[in-house]
Structures are given as structure tokens and as C-alpha cells.
Write a protein that binds this ligand. Sequence first.
Ligand SMILES: [Zn+2]
Length: 595
Amino acid sequence: MRRVLAAATAFAAVAVAVPLCQAQTIYPIDRADILVGSRFDFKVEFPGLADSAKISLTLNGEDHQKVFGRSAVFIEREDGKEQSALILRDVTLSQPGDYKVRATDGTLAREIAWTVYATGPRKAKNVILFIGDGMAPAHRVAARLLSKGIAEGKARGKLAIDDMPHMAMVATAGSDSIITDSANSASAYATGHKSAVNALGVYADRTSDPFDDPRVENITSLVQRRHAMAVGIVTNTEIEDATPAAMVAHTRRRAEYDRIVDHIFNAKPDVVLGGGLANFLPRSAKDSKRKDEADFVARFRDAGYSYATTAGELKSAAAMPVTRKLLGLFNLGNMDGVLDRKFLKGGTVRRFPEQPDLTEQVSAALSMLSRNEAGFFLMVESGLIDKYTHALDMERAVYDTIMLDNAVKLARDWASARGDDTLIMVVADHNHPVGLIGTINDDMTTVPNVPLRERVGTYGQAGFPNYPAPDAEGYPARVDVSRRLGMFSASLPDHYETYRPKLDGPNEPTVTGDKPDTFVANPRYKDLPGAQLRGGNLPAMINSDVHSGEDVILTATGPGSDRVRGQMDNTEVFRVIAEALGLGDGVKPDRASLP
Ligand SMILES: [Zn+2]
């Protein structure tokens, strides 16, 4: 391999023979950072038909066949179109350094650069990655105000998610857009590679098949393969949803829930907890959403998993020392947020009254995963912060931010009792354009029938909210107080702004309109006192608030957390984990297969 690097200088002379051009697309993409020994698929897409005899694909001037030990497969007509490609699946690079990757069809050439990096030795036994899906700074501040209180401008306490020694701003853009979704953002954390909207663990290529895209290895595969570590995936959304799926799946289309269940099964995480039971049930079963008759609850059981469907079953399964693998599915779809579960009983709480809290899920995961002597990687998502914010339901989003904080506090206490051998990181995957602009104060004016907007207190008029003192878990018992937080999104569909929390269930700002693929304001809220029609500022085909492109906050503690600082790219979050676990230390050449 040293020879390959040395050849880089010789290569420059060859390069002038064919004009460089942007025409070839190469995956991994230009400026990709690649962990030594991590597996990836290498693909070149030629813009038109190419002659295989004239094609050359080199790394630092050396033929790819020599570097990787086998030749890329030539596809003359991809998708039956006038476009050729080269693909070489499941390769690794075990030598760190700068690589110049050059592809030519004899007429056009493109050259890109990769950086292959090693790591130092392992510093952390375990890694816990908490993801507050769509958690914006406004959610954090509101969670702090409600769960800690504030007096004369000074918070009465700090959130566990804030009170960490290391912090960074993280950029979230994807390979295709400045605005990311939860698929490519979680993918960046899980693989260290950029990807496109809707894609998980792959570079999104031009073919129509959502399962043939060039794959990159994810963190769960790496820790299992390199260190025999245990893996846990915990969420309160559907387990097939983008963030949890990104830990294991490889597909260009996040909506492929049935196949994502296959991927979860194949990856064999030790602990899998969340919602999304409907896609585990065979098609003929009641409530199934699968398109086939596969029974994945049965398959997991046959593979040695204990199975839990309630908080009680979760607790007892995790407490049994013999339990080594655990599947917990607590709702057909997304689980319910904490405001509904503990206080309002809206959403699907009546149908699924015994769903665990995120803290109970984390507690069960920690007791099980810590039985593995080799350590573990655990991803925990508080996923409904995002869903509620899309629905302009700020109270529910804030309560689920407090729940995330409780789960982080639990994990931090657990880690410090063990002597801090665990890297704990808390990060959002993307932002929402949510602002805390003041309070909504019912008592601001005594004039009757004043539109509610006249009761929005800004600056000095905002004052402080009057929620009741929080309970032991940091939750005020009521959200419908007379001076409540005023949080608004800057991205809006047409909707009725009611300026009040929705006590009967999560907000549904829009309904399907008369024109195809359009949405209109939900008339259900039209006649609520003071409600106001707000014209949207988004295309009518969008039914909710949308993500925004600002950097998100990452906080970290534990071994390896000192690498979290300043402004970072989302792909670097993976690198912090890789460094903490020494995943690129002492890597030898490897020819094994991706799952
Ligand atoms: Zn979202």
C-alpha cells in the first residue's frame, strides 16, 4: 500500500493526457473522510456509454484492482439507459493517507480526493449517543424554563443535556441539499459519510433501485465487528423511522419499512426498543402494515430475543440476568409523548396505556448492555420532539425535550457510578426554525374579544410564565396556564393559530385540501376563541413546519469528548465515536463482507 501513496507524484504527469471534467460521479464523494478498515462500496457513474477497454480507475496512480485486490464490475447500460458504471462492492482501505481517485472513460476524466484516517487507541468502554430529533435551541431553553424554573432572569438549575464539559455547533447539510432530513443526518452520525435526503447508510446513486446504492459501513456494524461490542437502539418513534434505521440500514429510501425491519433483524442489535410493531406483523395479522407474510416478532424470538410490549414486561425482561437480547415494541406506530402518557391521555394512550417512558427504556437498555464485557454502543432518540414541532405542537415537543434530559441524566449518573468509562453525547440531527418570542398572557388586557395576538407579550411584556412548579421529573402538571410560553415556527402551512395548547390530543394543523396533493388549514380549530387563520409561507403540498438549516448543538462528556469543540461537520460526530473507541487503531487489511 505504501507503493500506492508513493505513486501519487508520478500520476500528475498522466493526468494532463485527458481533460479533467466533472462528468463522472464517484462514490464515496470528493473530500470524503474514510475510517481505515471501514467497509464501503466504490462506484463510478459515467455520463454516457463507456467502452470498458478504455476505462481506467486509479487510486494514487495505481490501478484499483491492485489496491483492492479485485476488479470493479462494469455495467454497460445501467437501468437500461445509455449510461455505464463501474462498481466494486465491499472494500476497505487499511492505509491512512490522502488518496487521489481518478476515473476516465478515455475521453473525460474526473479526479477526487479522499482522506483515509486512523485513530489512536481506545479510550472509552461504551458510547451513548442521544439524539433529540429536530431539537432546536428554543426547545432546550423552554425545557429549562419549565423543568428548572427561573427567578430574576437566572435559571434555578441546568439541564443535564447542557451541563456538559464539551460543546460544539454542528453543521447538518447533506450531499444534495443545505436542508437535511433525519435519514441523511443520522446517517452522517452513524457512518461518517454525507448522504442525501431520504437515504440511510448509502450514497444515493442514479439508479431506480433503492437497495443497490453504494453502501458505507455504520457504527453498529463496526463496533460489533471490531470489538464484539453490544449494540442498543432505543427510540420512541417507530423503530423503522429514519434515526433508528440509520444505525443499521442501507437504502436510498427511508420509507421502505418492511425491508428496514429485515435490516434490523440482520444486524442483530442486542437491544431494540421503540414503536413500529405494525411492520413486524405478517400481512394477514390485524393491524399489520407489512406487504408480506413474514412474522418478524416470531423471527426475533426464534433468534433468541425476549419480547416486551409494555413497560412492565420491559422491566422484568431486562432484570433477568439470562436476557441477552431484547426486542420491545410498545405501539403499532410512534409511541406517545410524555405529555399525553403522564398527563393528558391524548394520542393513542388509551389504546396503549402501558408504554414505557424513555427513561425506562434507557434504564432497561443500560442494565442489559452492560452485561457485555466488551462494552456497548447505544443510540437513544427522543424522536417526537421533531414530530410535534412539525405539527406546531410546541408544548408536547418541550415535554419530550424534558424527557430526553431525564434520560441523559440517568445515563450520566449511571456512567459516573462506574468511574466514567462512557462517552456520552447529546445532539440534534437537524434544526427546526422555532423561536421563543415571549409569553401568551390571557390577563394582559381586560377588553373582551381582543384577538389573541394582542395578548402576545414581547420584551418586558413577556415577563415570566406561570406554570406550576415541576414535579420530581421536571414536568409542570399543567400547560394551560394563563401566561404560557409563546413559541412559533418560521415555516408554516396554512393553519389556525389558537395560541393555546391542545389538551385533547396532538395538534393537527392541516387536512387534505380539495386539489390533489395540497393541504389546507384544519377547520377543527376555526371557531376556537381567538383563533386566527395564518396564511402559510410554504408550498400548499407541505402540511407542516419544515426543518431548517442552522447548526445544531452537540454536548459531550466522558472519554474522547474533548474532541467536541468549536464548529464541526455532522460527519465528524462519527469520527469522535471512532476515536473514542479506537476503531481505526491497528487495522489490518480485510476482505470480509458487508452484511
Ligand atoms: Zn422532521
